[in-house]
Design a protein around this ligand. Structure first.
Ligand code: FAD
Ligand code: SF4
Length: 445
């Protein structure tokens, strides 16, 4: 499986590494949207009308003062712009890279409505945050120590945002995470070409410069960490454990060794420096219709798979991957087949049945077809795994009120593991931040 010599090609049968020349891996996994330079940023910022009651700001889940930070860039003070962003969203650097801006701030931008070309808010946000982060400057200081201690379970965007806000307020924070590295899906999930050069790890390091936060990795609630002990050792608990489980296909053949959870494949891909060492099939079938399905499919293609097909059981308009993401998949050469549900996985192929949507909901027809597949990825949704007993659930997630309080006093939750809200990085940041404010208010009351 040596990475440097080309031993295989996209036409090699089976699941093999090194399908492409080394240079192709470098360009395929490079930053998919290069950073703006100072001049480009000024030009992009000059397109902003600095609207009063700016719709872009309302559309941002973390309510960043977008016209203000763009004005600060336009007047040559990107450091001030970054502070404006970080005030609301301490992971503004990652969000600038991964937010579906085409569905959020940029969709709401008045220039999108007028001209079909919004102000490039995401890229401007990246310009400002990169300027400060690349200097290693951390623009916040801790308040006087309160003597209170808070446990955060999960070092993903929700947990990190919560921990940072609490540390800023003067509390001591211990973040427990089951994985060997902090960052959650920023580190193990986001597509490689959105977060290059180890940005997730560098962002965590930068965030921790606030002080007062200790991260303990390899600590899994419910496995080697008991909730009762955590509660005893701390004054409050925030749960930001994401969605650790995955839905099953419930089709015979699912346990064959060429069938994998898309999230595991993506995590391995994110953790592998030399992408040429990663084996991938010639004919890859991805089952699902969300962001995970698109990311698994696109990255399979980038690894050199010849044919990659996403198969989704409903129509394209029902896919949770946005139109933008679907177009991205199509432009990467991924085929999307809709209205088909898996019936069985066979050796070398997946059998699907066509589906119909009618008054009785989605039904499977008797008409079937097979797609050649030497590798199959399941991307049919993540589920909450290992939620502590005793917490009320809602729709399979932890029930919370508007401030992130769970049904148990002293325990808050936010991010993907909590009910309500989109499963997006920016939403997780907002929920972690807001829970921290409420934890602070309750500890100081
Ligand atoms: C493949 C993929 C691609 C995505 N791409 C995008 C994108 O481009 N843009 C976007 O906005 N969103 C994207 N998302 C969604 C986004 O990543 C999530 O919404 C976000 O990471 C949720 O943050 P979180 O902190 O709630 O959970 P997570 O990021 O999942 O973090 C949870 C953390 O808790 C830890 N943990 C879990 N169980 C335990 C336990 N029992 N004890 C201790 N620790 C535990 C985990 O190890 C993890 O570090 C993507 C998701 C996936 C799966
Ligand atoms: S809506 Fe567009 S033009 Fe108006 S403030 Fe926001 S980014 Fe600027």
């Amino acid at each position: 499986m040596g990475g440097s010599t080309l031993s295989n090609s996209p036409l090699t049968n089976g699941i093999v590494a090194a399908r492409l020349p080394q240079s192709a891996y470098q360009s395929n996994f490079a930053d998919h949207e290069p950073a703006l330079d100072r001049h480009e940023a000024r030009v992009a910022a000059d397109r902003c009308y600095f609207c009063h009651d700016a719709p872009c700001m309302t559309a941002c889940p973390t309510t960043i003062d977008i016209p203000l930070f763009i004005r600060q860039i336009a007047t040559g003070t990107p450091e001030a712009a970054a502070k404006t962003i970080f005030d609301q969203n301490i992971l503004g650097g990652m969000c600038a890279r991964v937010c579906p801006t085409e569905q959020l701030c940029e969709e709401a931008c008045v220039r999108e409505a007028a001209e079909g070309k919004p102000v490039e808010i995401g890229r401007l946000q990246r310009f400002a945050t990169d300027t400060v982060m690349s200097k290693g400057v951390h623009p916040f200081k801790r308040a006087k120590a309160t003597g209170k201690s808070v446990a955060v379970v999960g070092a993903g965007p929700a947990g990190l945002a919560c921990a940072h806000r609490l540390a800023m307020k003067g509390h001591d924070v211990v973040v427990y995470d089951a994985r060997p590295k902090a960052g959650g899906l920023n580190e193990y999930g986001i597509a490689s070409y959105k977060s290059t050069n180890d940005f997730a790890a560098r962002e965590v390091e930068w965030l921790l410069k606030i002080g007062g936060i200790r991260i303990e990795t390899g600590k899994a609630l419910g496995r080697n960490l008991a909730l009762a002990d955590v509660q005893k050792a701390h004054d409050a608990v925030f749960l930001g454990m994401g969605l650790g489980g995955v839905n099953a296909l419930r089709a015979p053949g699912e346990d064959m060794k060429n069938v994998r959870n898309a999230v595991d494949f993506i995590a391995e891909l994110r953790q592998t420096g030399d992408k040429s060492a990663l084996p991938i099939g010639r004919d890859v079938v991805v089952i699902g219709g969300g962001m995970t399905a698109v990311d698994a499919a696109v990255q399979s293609k980038l690894l050199g798979a010849e044919n990659v097909t996403i198969v989704y059981r409903r129509g394209q308009d029902k896919m949770s991957a946005s139109g933008y993401e679907q177009d991205h998949a199509a432009s990467a050469g991924v085929r999307i087949v809709t209205h088909a549900a898996p019936v069985a996985v066979h050796d070398g192929a997946v059998e699907f049945a066509y589906t119909e949507e009618g008054p009785k909901g989605l039904t499977v027809t008797a008409q079937t077809f097979r797609l050649k597949a030497d590798q199959v990825f399941k991307a049919i949704g993540q589920t909450l795994a290992g939620a502590p007993e005793g917490l009320a659930l809602e729709g399979g997630k932890i029930a919370v009120d508007a401030m992130g309080r769970t049904s148990v006093k002293g325990i808050w939750a936010g991010g993907d593991c909590a009910a309500g809200g989109d499963d997006l990085t920016v939403t997780a940041v907002k929920e972690g931040r807001d829970a921290a404010e409420d934890i602070h208010a309750s500890l100081m009351a």
